[in-house]
Design a protein around this ligand. Structure first.
Ligand code: WT7
Length: 650
């Protein structure tokens, strides 16, 4: 990677010095700093304590404070600016909807009323939202938050099996879905998958009482007795109803969002009301430097944290006008994204390296011919961006004048943690580096033994101080929270608590951070986190499979894709049919995004003498690298066979 700085326009200089001054002041007293930042928002009661660190790592922010995100995302904009557009929604099939802040507030109030009065939901209840990218998704999120309910959004690309697990874990009695949605011109029948999930959840002991179905396509579907169309339910709700936002404790759970970890069971990441709100509001401002007239577009799916923070809560708290696009980025042609940018005059565009690689691959003819001159800021998230893709983005899309805000963060962190901050003062950029930690964030890179890595030395990224956007814990599993994020480098005896994100990183001589990739058994497929064990578990449900090892294989567009090495039980032979069935297992238990690119059959897996699968050997073989130390390998012939089968199938 090139570690050279790229100079930017005059107006952003002298960015580095000014940024560093601001940063230094922010970390002198983080509590004072964050208290100052929280005062920019509406609270119904001021906190008694900025940060409660009595029971680390269960930090609690703005204790005693009360608020509701609705007060800052809707009420705050008052009567002026209410006519301003919140979302320009564009359906894949060309349908359009324009939703003003006024429309949004009215809709949210009606749905909040419905949730509370008709469906009997209240504070602390969980509601699962399994919806495509339609305005009803932010509406239900805000409505749930308004009455103090906890939303759990499940990405609409997940299968019924994944949805069932999440309904059960969250103990959710209400599910909201849609009849279907268009994807690449085909119709996805979502309600069918939702029903399968509900049936499965029942087997697992959780009974969903009501499925609310949004009519997106008007498919001729007959609803069952526990199901109801949203528009029918809303007919019973007064048109101009006002539901007072429930005053929430800052330390109440705001929402849960599931993400993959190193076991088969997804983790319900819990974010808190006041901390998340404060962090997101400020980081959004630092990242995108909002200005009147901006048209902002975060081209993610709301089913991931990026969408929660950067399509829903961040932009709404800032009264931004956003684009919300329903469909595939390359449908009906690879120019779709750029034509929307041109048509709406998008000023701020935030996406993932995987999408950029896809669109670049189609060729520049799909970019040329669109007027992209409105773009003034670009962003990326999800994985390291290859410097050549960075250059393409900078030159072809940004016309060599829009800085690229490369944001490193996680579902767990709430919003960006390491990234340029044009809203404060833009530092010189280096293609492939997320640059410097944001204000209030104390990041570092450590060696295996916990000592600090030298500049240029690869190590583990860590965060040394709590921050308001941090997760409050894992839903129903406090022990796993401590184990996963705090055991690795903390020293509880001396009350030293260090957050471990499980990423490799390097700090260069200028103090810039280069995040290199995951340090655990989690893959990043098209920027989405997928646990290898989760996939192995799915594969192992097939009656013919004896053992499975899943690793990431490099992919030019998706970054990496799952590759599975599978051994079969006695009496089964490898076949194309079997391969198809195994793929189907993964598709239906996890979802199409997790489908292995390759399934390779072998008679044994490389294992240590203690029986642990040595995934790193498989990884070295597919990357054509030396396999390194094999002294712990139980049976060296496993490697010879793997070389053969991996070679044969590539
Ligand atoms: C993991 C978190 C945060 C929203 C999207 C993904 C990787 C994220 C970057 C970046 C290098 C990145 C890390 C991180 N990652 N952003 N700018 N440069 N790597 O959220 O699914 O929780 O994944 O994504 O590995 O740990 P997520």
């Amino acid at each position: 990677m090139s570690q050279e700085a790229l100079p930017f326009e005059e107006r952003y200089w002298p960015g580095l010095g000014a940024y560093q001054d601001y940063y230094r002041r922010s970390v002198e007293d983080i509590e004072e700093f964050w208290a100052e930042r929280a005062r920019e928002l509406v609270w119904t009661r001021t906190w008694d304590r900025v940060l409660n660190s009595e029971n680390p790592p269960f930090y609690r922010w703005f204790e005693g404070g009360r608020t509701n995100i609705n007060l800052n995302a809707l009420e705050r904009h008052g009567s002026h600016g209410r006519g301003r557009v919140a979302y320009y929604w564009i359906g894949e099939d060309g349908t359009r909807r324009v939703i003003s802040y006024d429309d949004l507030a009215r809709y949210v109030n009606r749905v909040a009323y419905l949730l509370r009065e008709t469906l009997g939901m209240g504070k602390g209840d969980t509601i699962t939202l399994y919806l495509p990218m339609i305005p009803e998704l932010p509406v239900f999120m805000l409505a749930a938050a308004r009455i103090g309910a906890i939303h759990s959004v499940v990405f609409s690309g997940f299968s019924s099996g994944a949805l069932a697990d999440r309904i059960v874990d969250a103990n959710s009695r209400i599910l909201v879905t849609a009849d279907g949605f268009p994807r690449r011109g085909r119709t996805i029948n979502l309600v069918e998958r939702a029903r399968e999930a509900v049936a499965r959840a029942k087997e697992l002991g959780v009974e969903v009482e009501k499925i609310v179905v949004v009519r997106r396509l008007g498919l001729g579907i007959e609803l069952g007795k526990r199901e109801a169309w949203l528009d029918d339910l809303l007919r019973e709700v007064p048109d101009k109803v006002y539901v007072k936002p429930m005053e929430m404790e800052s330390t109440d759970v705001f929402f849960i969002l599931y993400t993959s970890g190193t076991t088969g069971k997804p983790k319900g990441i819990m974010h808190g009301v006041g901390g998340y709100m404060t962090y997101v509001y400020n980081v959004f401002k630092w990242n995108w430097d909002p200005r009147p007239g901006d048209v902002y577009w975060c081209a993610a799916d709301i089913g991931w944290i990026t969408g929660h923070t950067y399509i829903v809560y961040g932009p709404l708290m800032h009264g931004m006008t956003s684009i919300m696009y329903e469909g595939a980025p390359d449908y009906p042609d690879p120019g779709r994204i750029w034509s929307i940018v041109g048509e709406y005059g998008v000023t701020t565009f935030y996406t993932s390296p995987t999408l950029l690689r896809l669109l670049r691959k189609y060729g520049d003819q799909w970019v040329e011919g669109h007027d992209l001159s409105s773009l003034r800021l670009l962003g990326t998230v999800g994985e390291p961006i290859n410097p050549d893709v960075w250059k393409w983005y900078y030159e072809k899309i940004g016309g060599s004048s829009a800085p690229i805000v490369d944001t490193w963060w996680q579902t767990e962190t709430g919003a960006a943690m390491i990234s340029p901050a044009p809203g404060i003062s833009l530092v010189p950029l280096k293609p492939g580096s997320a640059t410097l930690p944001l204000p209030g964030i104390v990041a570092d890179v450590l060696r295996d033994d916990g000592s600090r890595a030298e500049p240029g030395e690869k190590g583990y990224l860590v965060i040394r101080r709590p921050w308001p956007g941090m997760l409050m814990g894992i839903w129903g599993d406090p022990e796993r929270y401590v184990e996963t994020y705090w055991r690795r480098f903390s020293d509880p005896d001396n009350n030293v608590w260090i957050y471990y994100p499980a990423d490799y990183a390097v700090i260069d001589r200028d103090g810039y951070f280069w995040v290199l990739g995951r340090a655990d058994e989690v893959l990043k497929v098209a920027g989405h986190r997928i646990g290898t064990i989760e996939l192995e578990d799915a594969i192992l449900t097939h009656p013919a499979v004896s053992e499975a090892a899943v690793v990431g294989a490099p992919d030019p567009v998706k970054g990496e894709v799952p590759l599975a090495v599978v051994t079969l039980k006695e009496g089964y032979e490898p076949s194309e049919e079997l391969e198809k069935e195994i793929r189907e297992r993964v598709r239906s238990l996890v979802g199409p995004i997790a489908e292995p690119k390759k399934i390779v059959f072998a008679t044994k897996l490389p294992k240590t003498r203690s029986g642990k699968i040595m995934r790193r050997i498989i990884i070295s073989l597919i990357q054509g690298r030396p396999i390194g130390d094999t002294s712990t390998l139980e049976d060296p012939s496993a490697v010879e066979e793997l070389k053969r089968v991996l070679g044969a199938s590539s």
